[in-house]
Ligand binder design. Structure first.
Ligand SMILES: [Zn+2]
Length: 234
């Protein structure tokens, strides 16, 4: 999350991006953080601050932002604003190649995230004396790559403080995000009816219901692992 603090019905995003042309990576980050902002703004009009905006379960809170990232990978969306120095919109075939590049190594990504999640959980659950030894054990079990001698990556793993034992939320939110996105037509991400239903049934409700119920209200069924599994396998 990049937007914290008070629940707002208006908001701004404060980000650090490169000057001049943005890299696509930054565009994805901007869409992600904008997802939190929209959640804040649309969900910020409820009666109780405690349940307003992004005051949802922590293992759901990243889902709306992770889903909005999909729009940053769509050629039709990008051509509305993403141009080179001469004002030429980004070519659709370039976006397609970028998507294929991004698809590469999803299994590595998932396993690395599982490693981080297990580290976050077991460091807090067991409070091991020897953090490096525990890292080695978990890395051997979950990560795609072996431990490198004399490294101590947990020392710079900032989310160990911010998310404490719940780093798993990033991957679990992604499961929900992929399922939410399955309701949209990837060939037309500007369809207003499904977007309005998503706004009204998920974002605008903030934390007034359990996230699982909000998602079921939107999808018309409980969320499942299927869309995530299909994404991982594709
Ligand atoms: Zn976030």
């Amino acid at each position: 999350m990049g937007v914290g603090g008070r629940q707002l019905s208006e908001g701004v995003l404060v980000c650090n991006f490169s000057r001049g042309l943005m890299e696509h990576d930054h565009v994805v980050t901007l869409f992600h953080e904008f997802g939190h902002l929209v959640h804040h703004v649309l969900g910020g009009r409820g009666r109780w601050t405690r349940f307003a905006g992004v005051s949802t379960e922590w293992d759901f809170v990243e889902a709306p932002s992770q889903m909005l990232e999909e729009w940053a990978w769509d050629a039709e969306v990008l051509r509305t604003f993403a141009t080179d120095e001469s004002g030429e919109p980004i070519p659709a075939d370039l976006v397609e190649r970028m998507r294929r590049g991004d698809d590469f190594g999803k299994g590595y990504l998932a396993r690395q995230q599982m490693f981080y999640a297990s580290m976050s959980y077991w460091f807090h659950q067991e409070r091991p004396e020897d953090l490096t030894a525990k890292t080695r054990e978990l890395q051997a079990r979950y990560a795609p790559f072996p431990y490198i001698e004399d490294t101590h990556m947990f020392a710079s793993f900032g989310h160990l403080g911010g998310y404490s034992s719940a780093y798993y939320t990033y991957m679990w939110s992604l499961v929900i995000a992929k399922d939410l996105f399955s309701a949209f037509d990837p060939a037309d991400l500007f369809q207003a009816d499904v977007a309005r239903r998503y706004r009204d049934r998920v974002l605008a409700r903030g934390g007034t219901k359990d996230a699982a119920d909000l998602v079921a209200d939107f999808l018309g069924r409980p969320y499942t692992f299927d869309a995530y599994a299909a994404w991982l396998e594709s």
